[in-house]
Design a protein around this ligand. Structure first.
Ligand SMILES: Nc1ncnc2c1ncn2[C@@H]1O[C@H](COP(=O)(O)OP(=O)(O)OP(=O)(O)O)[C@@H](O)[C@H]1O
Ligand SMILES: [Mg+2]
Length: 254
């Protein structure tokens, strides 16, 4: 049975999408059958992979709201092991439309029932909010990766996120775990990066991934070419960091 991992942090721009996209591709090239679901109306993961896919006519919105089968929304990519479910701006409406749906927090879990038997990993990229799209992800997921940017105010808002996780564990998904906290945009020349890393290590202990994601220009450039870093510049520090993260996750045997 596959492992469903959500990328969550309601803080914007911390590296959720970059991490979801590049980890997904790294897992796929490590021969794990991987599905990436874009749950963000900004659709950054979708556009960041546009060179790799022939988009399906349907998106996550059609599966969540219009009752389409998830299979209809799955697009193949040039990697045999890597499939994508795209998002569109329509998904903004889903936050509101879900409110009136029975068992509204469980819609994503319901549509993933079959897929979790098909894939080794299902990664879900969340929007920067704690609204219903994120709550659906927390309810469907086995675990969460929380990216934290090595910047001022890195820990701001984490209390609220962890509180939401606890509420979901209590009421919606008792098995939800924190897969790990991931430091992103780490710059070893900056004391600030080291300070943030230390602070996060003190707070999260062994929940912090050993792998650090360095600040790397290639990671920022790759999405504008519609490619993951591994296809844009396989030897870049950024591409290699995500390969290492995939190895760390696979080695845990999850
Ligand atoms: N390690 C990195 N090195 C350099 N640039 C990065 C790195 N990680 C992410 N970026 C860039 O930082 C910006 C924010 O990253 P990203 O889009 O992954 O964050 P996000 O948390 O998904 O944002 P949002 O909350 O808006 O969804 C993007 O322009 C991305 O290309
Ligand atoms: Mg994003």
């Amino acid at each position: 049975m596959g492992r469903i991992i959500g990328f969550t942090n309601q803080k914007g721009g911390v590296g959720k999408t970059t991490s979801a996209v590049n980890l997904a591709v790294s897992l796929a090239v490590s021969e794990a059958k991987t599905l990436l679901i874009d749950m963000d109306p900004q659709a950054n993961a979708t556009t960041g992979l546009s060179e790799l896919t022939h988009p399906s006519s349907f998106t996550i919105y059609d599966a969540l709201i219009r009752g389409h089968n998830l299979d209809e929304a799955i697009s193949e990519t040039q990697f045999e092991n890597f499939h994508v479910v795209a998002s569109t701006h329509d998904l903004v409406g889903a936050e509101v439309e879900l409110v009136g749906v029975m068992a509204r927090e469980y819609q994503l879990e319901k549509i993933l029932e079959k897929a979790r038997h098909t894939y080794d990993y299902i990664l879900i990229d969340c929007p920067p909010s704690l609204g219903l799209l994120t709550i659906n992800t927390l309810t469907a997921a086995d675990s969460l990766i929380i990216p934290i940017q090595c910047e001022y105010y890195a820990l701001e808002g984490l209390g609220q996120l962890l509180n939401t996780v606890r509420l979901v564990q209590k009421h919606l998904n008792t098995d939800l775990e924190i897969e790990g906290v991931l430091l992103t945009m780490y710059d070893k020349r900056l004391n600030l990066s080291k300070q943030v890393a230390e602070e996060v290590r003190d707070y999260f202990g062994d929940k912090l991934f050993k792998t650090l994601i360095h600040r790397n220009v290639r990671l920022g450039e790759a999405p504008s070419f519609g490619k993951p870093a591994l296809l844009y510049d396989a030897n870049s520090v950024g591409a290699q960091d995500y390969i290492q993260l995939a190895e760390e996750i696979i080695e845990r045997g999850n």
